[in-house]
Design a protein around this ligand. Structure first.
Ligand code: AMP
Length: 507
C-alpha cells in the first residue's frame, strides 16, 4: 500500500489516452507519464533517496517536473517544491533547514548552488522546462520498472514551506492521508470526473497548482491542459479544449480585462474555481455579467490544504469562501479569551480534520503553539460565520489594525473604498500613530483614466464608516504589489508607508 501512489500514479499505467495536453499541441499519455515516474524514481533511489528523505525541487513547470513529484510519491521521499522566485541566498536557508538528500534545480542555477550542495552533501541534479538537464539525461538511461515503496496514511508525502512574510519560513509537513482525503473531498464537492479537462495555468510549487489542481485531476482520471504559466493569450487560445479552470483572482481580473473573454468563449465551460487570495465581490459579479458563470471560491492554506468551498449546486455567494468541506470542522475563536465567539462575530478561524497537517518541520514548539489541545489548528485568519454557515475571511490576524483601542478589519474598509466609482481596488494597513497606537492607511488604485482624489474618498466614507475606521492617510499606486499567488504584499506596503504618522524628531 502507498495511499497517494496507489490513487494518483498507479491508474496512469493503464491509460493510453493523453493526460497532459501542451499548448504546442504535443501530448503525454498516462502510461508515458507513469513510465517517466518509474525512470525518475530509479534515478532518485540511485542517488540515495530513501523513504522519509527530502527531495528539494526548484524548476520550471513541465511534464517532467510533474513526473518528479509522482516519482517522489513512489519512492517514499518527501517532495519539497520551492518557488522559482527564490534566490540562492533564500535557497541556502531551505536546503540547510530541510537537509534534502537530492536537490533538483534549473541548469542556469547549478553553478551558484554547486558549492552549497557540496558543503551539505546534497546530490544536485538539473531540469529545465523543456526536458533537458542531468535529471532528464539520467532518467533516459534508467529502467522504467520500479516497485513502489509501501507507505501508510500517516507517513509524510511532502513539505511545503509557507510564504513566511514574518520570521523564518516554516515547512508544513503533509501526509499521504492529508493530501488524499483533500483530493477526494474536492473531487466530490466539485464533481470532477474522467471527462474533465482542466486548464492548468498555476505553478506546481504551491498547494493550489499541485495538491488542488493536479491531485484532483489525477484522482478523477481527467486530463490537464498544462501551461508553463498564466498568460492571457495562451489561456484564451487553450480555453476551448477545457471543461474547467482553477485560478487565483488575478487570473480572472486579467481575463476580464480582455474583450475576447466573452460568454461565447466560456459557454462550454463547466466550472471556474478561485482561491489563494480574496476574490473581490465586484470581480465575482463582473465575471457573471460577462460570462454567465458564477466563480466558485474556496479557501485553504499550505498547512490545511483546502478547508472550505462554496457549493457546486447551491448558492455561490460572492465575497464568501462557502462552507466546510466534508469531514472538516471549523470554529471561530476569540484570540484573547480562547473561547468560541457568538455566532456571526469575527474571530480567529480554527480548523480540525483529516486535511490538517502534521506540524512544522523541526519546529515542535512552533507546532505546539499553533494547535489547541483538542486538535484544532489556529489558522491565523480572521473570519465570520453567517447564520446559514457561509464563511467570510476578513484577513490575516497580523493585518488587523488597532486604532485608539478599536479593532479595524482591513477588509471592511477596503470593501467600502472598492465600491466607490473611480476605484479599481485598495489595500488597508495600519501604521504606527503617536496618538492612536495605529492609524488606518489606505492605498488606492484608481480606475484607468479616473481622477478620484483623497478628499472624494474621505467624504464618501464619512457616513459609511465609524470615525476610527476612516483612513487617516490615503496614497495612490498604479497597482498593488502582489506575489505569484496573487496575494497583496501588505508587508511591502507597511515598509513603504509605515512611517507616515511618525513625528518629526525633536531637534
Ligand atoms: P498559502 O499557505 O500560501 O496557501 O496561503 C494561505 C493563505 O491565503 C490563507 O491563510 C488566507 O489568508 C489566504 N487565502 C487563501 N484562499 C483565500 C480566499 N479564498 N480568500 C481569502 N484569503 C484566502
Amino acid at each position: 500500500m502507498n495511499p497517494l501512489a496507489d490513487a494518483l500514479v498507479a491508474p496512469l499505467e493503464l491509460r493510453r489516452d493523453p493526460v497532459l495536453l501542451r499548448p504546442d499541441g504535443s501530448e503525454m499519455s498516462g502510461d508515458a507519464l507513469h513510465r517517466l515516474s518509474g525512470r525518475i524514481a530509479n534515478v532518485l533511489t540511485e542517488a540515495g533517496a530513501r523513504p522519509g528523505d527530502r527531495v528539494a525541487v526548484q524548476t520550471e513547470k513541465s511534464a517532467e517536473a510533474l513526473a518528479l513529484y509522482l516519482a517522489c510519491l513512489r519512492t517514499g521521499a518527501l517532495f519539497l517544491p520551492l518557488n522559482t522566485a527564490y534566490t540562492t541566498t533564500e535557497l541556502d536557508y531551505f536546503l540547510g533547514d530541510a537537509e534534502p538528500c537530492v536537490a533538483v534545480c534549473a541548469p542556469a542555477a547549478e553553478a551558484a548552488l554547486r558549492p552549497l550542495a557540496e558543503v551539505k552533501g546534497i546530490t544536485l541534479l538539473t531540469l529545465d522546462g523543456s526536458a533537458s538537464g542531468t535529471l532528464a539525461a539520467h532518467a533516459d538511461e534508467a529502467p522504467e520498472a520500479f516497485v513502489t515503496v509501501t507507505r501508510g496514511p500517516d507517513d509524510l508525502a511532502a513539505i511545503l514551506y509557507t510564504s513566511g512574510t514574518t520570521g523564518r519560513s516554516k515547512g508544513a509537513m503533509l501526509s499521504h492521508g492529508n493530501l488524499l482525503s483533500n483530493a477526494d473531498a474536492l473531487v466530490e464537492t466539485w464533481r470532477f470526473t474522467a471527462d474533465d479537462i482542466l486548464l492548468h495555468a498555476l505553478p506546481i510549487f504551491h498547494a493550489h497548482g499541485l495538491f488542488v489542481a493536479t491531485n484532483v485531476l489525477l484522482r478523477a482520471g481527467g486530463k490537464m491542459v498544462f501551461l508553463p504559466k498564466f498568460d492571457v493569450d495562451t489561456v484564451l487560445a487553450q480555453l476551448p479544449r477545457a471543461t474547467a479552470m482553477m485560478g487565483v483572482p488575478t487570473f480572472y481580473t486579467r481575463l476580464l480585462g480582455d474583450a475576447r473573454f466573452t460568454r461565447e468563449a466560456t459557454g462550454h465551460m463547466r466550472l471556474f474555481v478561485s482561491g489563494s487570495a480574496p476574490l473581490l465581490a465586484e470581480t465575482h459579479r463582473a465575471f457573471e455579467a460577462r460570462t454567465g458563470h458564477r466563480i466558485l471560491e474556496r479557501y485553504g492554506m499550505s498547512e490545511t490544504t483546502m478547508s472550505t468551498s462554496n457549493p457546486y449546486d447551491g448558492e455561490r455567494r460572492a465575497g464568501t469562501v462557502g462552507l466546510p468541506l466534508p469531514g472538516v470542522e471549523l470554529r471561530i475563536v476569540d484570540a484573547d479569551l480562547g473561547v468560541e465567539v457568538p455566532q456571526g462575530e469575527i474571530g480567529i478561524l480554527e480548523v480540525r480534520g483529516p486535511n490538517v497537517f502534521k506540524g512544522y518541520w523541526r519546529m515542535p514548539e512552533k507546532t505546539e503553539g499553533e494547535f489547541r489541545e483538542d486538535g484544532f489548528f489556529v489558522t491565523g485568519d480572521m473570519a465570520r460565520i453567517d447564520s446559514d454557515g457561509y464563511i467570510t475571511i476578513v484577513g490575516r490576524a497580523k493585518d488587523l489594525v488597532i486604532s485608539g483601542g478599536y479593532n479595524v478589519y482591513p477588509k471592511e474598509v477596503e470593501g467600502e473604498i472598492d465600491g466607490l466609482d473611480g476605484v479599481t481596488e485598495s489595500a488597508v494597513i495600519g501604521a504606527p500613530h503617536p496618538d492612536f497606537g495605529e492609524g488606518v492607511v489606505a492605498i488606492v488604485v484608481r480606475e484607468p483614466g479616473g481622477g478620484i482624489e483623497a478628499e472624494d474618498i474621505l467624504s464618501a466614507l464619512q457616513d459609511r464608516l465609524a470615525k476610527f475606521k476612516q483612513p487617516k492617510a490615503i496614497f495612490f499606486m498604479g497597482e498593488l504589489p502582489r506575489n505569484t499567488m496573487g496575494k497583496v504584499q501588505k508587508n511591502a506596503l507597511r515598509e513603504r508607508y509605515g512611517d507616515v504618522f511618525a513625528k518629526p524628531c525633536d531637534a
